[in-house]
Design a protein around this ligand. Structure first.
Ligand code: FMN
Length: 158
């Protein structure tokens, strides 16, 4: 017998995670960014990661078109960026500072690390798709991560 919806939704927030913003662009050259905690390292050789993105989001369509994305791992002081990219505001990049990365896709400034990826495969995962990306470039910086646990933002020192 499958798990009930309530049981499933009660269990998932008990897995603590970091927070990323996945950026990409669409065929009209508009930037997309989505807050994603469903990020995971997948393979060291070749270097691959995966992200899970809900099919109804604007970013999903853009990812299918661009076949590339940047994973921006947020620092402890970037909660506002997480909230911004989880919202439906018109121009999410309005007040955000970034450089151009792979295929001109935004690489956010102030992150703990960024991974520039080319999509190799997309899998059906139910109401989400699993995008596998081969990492072409990685940048790392000092700092502490932004964490998410029990539906709330946390810091590593808590
Ligand atoms: C902490 C946090 C983690 C999230 N993780 C994911 C995720 O892993 N995958 C996903 O599809 N949506 C995730 N979301 C929801 C999206 O960020 C949200 O639906 C966003 O508005 C989609 O933007 P878009 O429609 O402009 O692409 C998360 C939201 C928050 C606050």
């Amino acid at each position: 017998m499958p798990v009930t919806n309530d049981e499933f939704r009660a269990a998932l927030p008990l897995f603590p995670s970091g927070v990323t913003v996945v950026t990409t662009r669409d065929e009209e050259d508009r930037f997309h960014g989505i807050t994603v905690s469903a990020f995971c390292s997948l393979s060291l050789d070749p270097p691959r990661v995966l992200i899970c993105v809900e099919k109804t989001t604007g970013s999903h369509l853009a990812l299918e078109w661009s076949r590339a994305f940047v994973v921006n791992m947020l620092s402890a002081d970037q909660q506002e960026s997480s909230e911004r990219f989880a919202s439906q505001i018109e121009d999410k990049f309005d007040t955000v500072r970034f450089d151009a990365g792979i295929d001109g896709i935004p690489v956010l400034l102030g992150c703990l690390a960024t991974l520039e990826c080319r999509i190799t495969t997309a899998y059906d995962g139910g109401d989400h798709s699993i995008f596998v990306g081969e990492v072409e470039k990685a940048n790392v910086h000092d700092g502490d991560p932004l964490l998410y646990f029990r539906g709330d933002y946390r810091s590593i020192s808590e």
